[in-house]
Design a protein. Structure first.
Length: 147
C-alpha cells in the first residue's frame, strides 16, 4: 500500500461527513483524486444525492485525472437508476490508473458492479481501506469478504 493511501482516504471520509443525512436515498460519499502526490480533484455526494462525489472530483480534476488514483469511501456505482453514465464508467473514461475503495456497495442491486466494471477496464481496484471508519459515515455495516 502506498505511503499516503490512508491519509487520502481519511480526507475522502472527512469530505463525506458534513452531508450525512442530506443526500436523500443515497449515502454521503467522499472522493479524492490524487496525481503525483497532489490532490487534483475532490467531492462529496451533494445534498439530494446528485451529483455523486466522483462526478464532482472528476470535473475538478479534468485532464489531471488521467493516470491518477481515486480514493472513494463507497464502491463507485456500476449503473444509474435514472440512466446516464455510472461513476465507474466515468472513472474509466477519465483514465484513472487505480481506485481505492473503503466499502463495497451494500445494495444487492449494485454490490460489486462498479468494481467489476473498473476491473474489466483494466483498472486495479483495492477494497477495504479504512472500511470501518467509512462505514460509520455511510451509516451501514461494511460487507464481509468471503474467503
Amino acid at each position: 500500500m502506498p505511503e499516503h493511501d490512508e491519509a487520502h482516504m481519511r480526507q475522502a471520509i472527512a469530505l463525506a461527513t458534513p452531508n450525512v443525512g442530506l443526500t436523500a436515498d443515497n449515502p454521503s460519499v467522499g472522493c479524492v483524486i490524487v496525481a503525483d502526490g497532489v490532490v487534483v480533484g475532490q467531492g462529496a455526494t451533494a445534498p439530494g444525492g446528485r451529483p455523486h462525489a466522483e462526478e464532482q472530483a472528476l470535473a475538478m480534476a479534468g485532464e489531471a485525472a488521467r493516470g491518477a488514483t481515486a480514493y472513494v469511501t463507497l464502491e463507485p456505482c456500476g449503473a444509474r437508476s435514472k440512466g446516464g453514465k455510472s461513476c465507474s464508467e466515468l472513472l474509466a473514461a477519465a483514465g484513472v490508473a487505480r481506485v481505492v475503495v473503503a466499502c463495497e456497495d451494500a445494495s444487492p442491486y449494485a454490490s460489486g458492479q462498479g468494481a467489476e466494471r473498473l476491473a474489466a477496464a483494466g483498472i486495479p481496484v483495492e477494497l477495504g481501506l479504512l472500511a470501518g471508519e467509512a462505514a460509520a459515515v455511510l451509516s451501514y455495516k461494511p460487507l464481509e469478504r468471503q474467503p
